[in-house]
Design a protein around this ligand. Structure first.
Ligand code: C5P
Length: 220
């Protein structure tokens, strides 16, 4: 059977990574979390303790050696040989990542790496610009979204289960801000690709979304 390239784009907290992982597992494909790559560059920038400049973050993006190691239920992320799986999810990284990912040189370096990693097909990529920029000819394109309230509610339950004290209203504000920054940036803004399937998961559970996408893959 042909090895497909499957692009799953959408706003923050829409469940893209959970869904993309399950779709990849079901098809025995590789899963590529492109958001983790922008997060890794952001972590590198924060660790540098230098003042933000497009030149600096571009240089870091070009130097970054990002790799993934898949384990059942866990997608481990490595940056320049060190594991950063947890560190890239910190609030500091989350707050800075949209500024870093808006820089042209950063995007160029990441897109080049993503195209290389996905060039053989048999891959599920999730992000913001996969169907529009990285793989515009992807076999299946999904735009996965949900209301801000629902996304904040899910993130709240997730963090609460990890024992973190957060307020759902704050999460909703963070999510709405990140959506705004990612959608309004000049280069590769978050938007639904012309021929993408638009899935609003506000009222759908995970197995239903996975099933819907697998059906689209079969048809492709
Ligand atoms: O998917 P995640 O929320 O981890 O992505 C973190 C950030 O990385 C996004 O808010 C966005 O700024 C950036 N990103 C991007 N393009 C992608 C994936 C993520 O600009 N393909």
């Amino acid at each position: 059977m042909k090895k497909l390239t499957i692009a799953i784009d959408g706003p923050a907290g829409a469940g893209k990574s959970t869904i993309a992982k399950k779709v990849a597992e079901a098809l025995n494909y590789v899963y590529l979390d492109t958001g983790a790559m922008y997060r890794a560059v952001t972590l590198m920038f924060l660790q540098s303790k230098k003042t933000f400049s497009p030149e600096l973050v571009t240089k870091l993006a070009e130097e970054a050696k990002i790799s993934f190691q898949r384990e059942p239920g866990l997608n481990r992320v490595f940056l320049n040989g060190e594991e950063v799986t947890e560190a890239i999810r910190s609030l500091d990284v989350t707050h800075e990542v949209s500024a870093v990912s808006a820089v042209k040189g950063v995007r160029e370096a990441m897109v080049k790496a993503q195209r290389e990693l996905g060039k053989d097909g048999g891959v599920v990529l999730d992000g913001r610009d996969i169907g529009t920029v990285v793989f515009p000819l992807a076999d299946v394109k999904i735009f996965l979204t949900a209301s801000v309230e629902e996304r904040a509610r899910r993130r709240f339950l997730e963090l609460k289960a990890k024992g973190m004290a957060v307020r759902q209203e704050d999460l909703a504000k963070d999510i709405a801000l990140r959506d705004k920054l990612d959608s309004e940036r000049e280069i590769a803004p978050l938007k639904c690709a012309e021929n993408a399937h638009y899935l609003d998961s506000s009222q759908m559970d995970i197995p239903t979304v996975v099933k819907t996408i697998l059906k689209l893959c079969k048809e492709a």
